[in-house]
Design a protein around this ligand. Structure first.
Ligand SMILES: Cc1cc2nc3c(=O)[nH]c(=O)nc-3n(C[C@H](O)[C@H](O)[C@H](O)COP(=O)(O)O)c2cc1C
Length: 326
């Protein structure tokens, strides 16, 4: 199995990826959270930092772009190509109300004719730039807006273009992250897609992984997001049976905190970022509600560190083979 780290806006930025790689190092492909190129101005400073080669040493990193304009996508790929990137991913999955009404992310799936025109124009542009052979274009997609039946048309469009792979999160936009993932539609895609497929969604424990691979024995690529932020030792547990240790989790937490302090040059924003990490990581500890409340309340580095130390000292690690759903 090849393992990919899912892009998660505000979570799996370069600080996270570097810490993950240093401590666990078992990801085959990293993806940036979506970058939103602007007309004329190109990438914002924040997005430039996200892909700057010096911030991403040693990672196989795929920049992800959120746009519905073929020219902007083409220009972005050209800039990234110039920085050495040989694969770019198009975000057709984001369900957020800040992007969907603009017909971006999963919102773009609402207009399949426009999506078809977009790919047609984009791949002609790549040909004109002369590097359609040397850059791979993948997509990360949901099944549609409201009804998975929409995916028939969407997949037929993907089948018409030279995509390198399709990462499917088998939910529709209206599900956001609720409801069950729709594995029947992943099965449909496996039958009908001419491109290699990667599965994504709700793998939080070894038992989830087993269930998935029993259902899809030929699956050879899997993207995980929340499950890895919650338990960064999940892939090792899947592949070797070895469970994450307290000292690994402690190193994960402290290197992330230090990384954010260094990136922001101060503690307040770093603590804010760590609270997002604890939203997932906290779930790995038993009987931790009191300690997690202290972490949530902390606004100074001193209070934050004390709360984290109290949690590591007092709370046992949950039985991680249990699925997040159990
Ligand atoms: C906080 C958050 C931010 C996300 N940001 C992105 C993003 O920038 N690009 C993207 O394609 N998907 C994004 N996603 C979706 C994830 O990549 C992934 O598809 C989803 O979480 C399901 O996988 P999981 O169950 O393994 O987490 C985000 C999800 C979350 C929860």
């Amino acid at each position: 199995m090849r393992f990919y780290l899912a892009p998660m806006e505000e979570v799996t930025g370069y600080v996270f990826r570097n810490v993950y790689r240093e401590l666990f190092g078992d990801i085959d492909k990293y993806f940036t959270p979506f970058l939103s190129p602007m007309e004329k101005k190109g990438f914002k400073n924040k997005d430039q930092k996200e892909v700057a080669p010096e911030n991403n040493q040693g990672q196989f990193l795929v920049p992800q772009i959120l746009t519905n304009q073929a020219v902007l996508f083409g220009q972005s790929v050209r800039v990234l190509y110039g920085q050495g990137y040989r694969e770019c991913n198009l975000n057709l999955g984001c369900p957020s109300q800040t992007v969907v009404p603009k017909r971006k992310g999963s919102g773009f799936l609402a207009d399949t004719e426009e999506l078809d025109r977009f790919f047609d124009e984009f791949f002609s542009l790549l040909d004109n730039y002369g590097f359609s052979e040397s850059v791979k274009i993948s997509v990360k997609t949901r099944l549609g807006i409201a009804d998975p039946e929409e995916f028939r048309k969407i997949l037929a469009i993907y089948n018409r273009y030279p995509l390198s792979e399709i990462i499917i999160h088998p939910r529709v936009q209206k599900d956001f992250y609720r409801n069950q993932v729709n594995t029947d539609w992943f099965a449909y895609a496996q039958r009908e897609s001419v491109h290699p497929l990667c599965y994504n969604g709700d793998i939080a424990a070894v038992s989830d992984y087993r269930k998935l691979t029993e259902r899809f024995p030929t699956l050879d690529r899997l993207m995980i997001g929340r499950g890895l932020v919650r338990n960064p030792g999940l892939i090792a547990e899947i592949t070797t049976g070895k469970k994450v240790t307290r000292s690994e989790l402690s190193a994960y937490e402290s290197l992330l905190y230090l990384g954010y302090v260094r990136a922001y040059g101060e503690e307040r924003n770093a603590i804010f970022k760590m609270k997002e990490i604890w939203y997932y990581l906290g779930d790995l500890f038993e009987d931790a509600s009191k300690e997690l409340k202290q972490i949530k309340k902390a606004v100074t580095g001193e209070k934050y560190r004390a709360a984290v130390e109290a949690l590591f000292a007092a709370c046992p690690i949950r039985e991680t083979t249990a699925s997040a759903e159990d």
